[in-house]
Design a protein around this ligand. Structure first.
Ligand code: C5P
Length: 353
């Protein structure tokens, strides 16, 4: 049971794996586009390209949209969606992916993408990004032509910083602007509540607010968060994740099997936070209230996901998760009990049918 062999398999399963190339399914191709949450997110200095250096752990969850892709004779891309706030034009992430896939594979076809939305738009759950990857994988199947792993990652990273994570699934380390992804060890699923208040937070605006509040650019004098301290938070995050990965407590190496029953909780106990809370909560205090309700209801860890507005809580039992979701619903906040999903489950349940 050597760890390197396990790791090698997981890595092979990630980025380069498209189950649709090995399994047949009926036309059109229908996939689940699972959501993600961020378990800790540290914002580092703004880079020369305008993006911020990030460190985060992504975790996929069972909640999902459904993406149906059909390729037929003709040309053009058509998007249909059950929600009016989703753009149906070339700004849609599915459109952007489809356009790139057709170009790289040198194909012409009439592509129809039908999005059945369950996830909030701009909710911090990576819905648009997940929709994009589902479109890519489904389109390969429809066109009966595979992209290379490197081409998939390239397309995903071009479409958005949190798109590539959906080529991996499970628990994932995200670095760079969030687009460089590395599969972390497979962790057991755990109950989770996702609250989706009817507030939409723009990620670019949240980053801008961060800059205004903390001046994370290196050249700003008298900044509250200097480049040094911004790099410091990133370093602290790396140390926490490293400590957790090594299974050590207080620097004492763990014996094998020392890792708790709930490894995700071990990670959050390593002291990681979501920096976006520092700019989003003051603007939307009701989101902080949702986090407090989750904590009061027994969440072992509660946090904003990405830049929000979704707030999640990790629970030790499904009963506690359901009770917490019920409490939020009774307070007029949309919330659902769900669970985190492992990489294996992510790929196993990708195809509908
Ligand atoms: O990559 P994505 O399209 O999701 O990014 C949306 C916007 O969020 C970017 O244009 C940028 O303003 C901001 N961003 C950032 N740093 C990151 C990721 C996103 O500043 N690491």
């Amino acid at each position: 049971m050597s760890q390197p062999r396990k790791y090698k398999r997981l890595i092979e399963q990630g980025l380069s794996y498209n189950p649709l190339t090995v399994e047949s399914c009926s036309m059109p191709t229908i996939l689940r586009a699972f959501a993600k949450i961020n378990i800790g997110l540290r914002i580092g200095p703004r880079r020369d390209d305008g993006f911020h250096e990030l460190r985060t752990v992504y975790q996929t969850v069972e909640l999902h949209d459904v993406i149906r892709v059909q390729a037929a004779r003709g040309i053009g891309i058509e998007i249909r969606c059950n929600r009016p706030e989703v753009p149906l034009d070339e700004t849609n992430t599915c459109w952007r992916v489809a356009e790139r896939v057709l170009k790289i594979l040198k194909r012409r076809a009439k592509i129809t993408i039908t999005i059945t939305k369950n996830l909030p738009v701009q909710g911090g759950l990576g819905a648009g990004s997940s929709n994009a990857v589902a479109t890519m994988l489904a389109l390969e199947k429809e066109l009966e032509q595979s992209l290379e792993a490197a081409q998939r990652v390239e397309i995903a990273a071009a479409v958005g910083s949190d798109v590539p994570l959906f080529l991996v699934g499970g628990t994932i380390l995200g670095i760079g602007r969030g687009e460089q992804v590395f599969p972390l060890v497979e962790m057991p699923s755990m109950p989770c509540v996702i609250a989706t208040p009817a507030i939409s937070v723009s990620t670019p605006k949240a980053f801008k607010d961060w800059d205004e509040k903390f001046d994370s650019t290196s050249h700003v004098a008298n900044s509250k968060l200097t480049e040094k301290s911004a790099s410091g938070t990133i370093k602290k995050f790396s140390t926490s994740v490293f400590t957790w990965l090594m299974g050590t407590t207080a620097g004492v190496p763990a014996k094998s099997g020392d890792r708790g029953e709930t490894p995700l909780l071990d990670l959050v106990r390593a002291g990681i936070e979501n920096d976006f809370e520092r700019v989003v909560f003051p603007q939307y205090p009701e989101l902080r209230d949702v986090k407090r309700v989750l904590e009061r209801e027994g969440a072992k860890y509660a946090s904003l996901s990405g830049s929000g507005s979704s707030v999640y809580g990790l629970f030790e039992s499904i009963e506690a998760a359901e009770k917490a979701a019920g409490k939020l619903n009774a307070n007029g906040v949309a919330a659902q009990a769900t669970r985190t999903i492992t990489r294996r489950e992510y790929w196993k349940n990708l195809v509908v049918g």
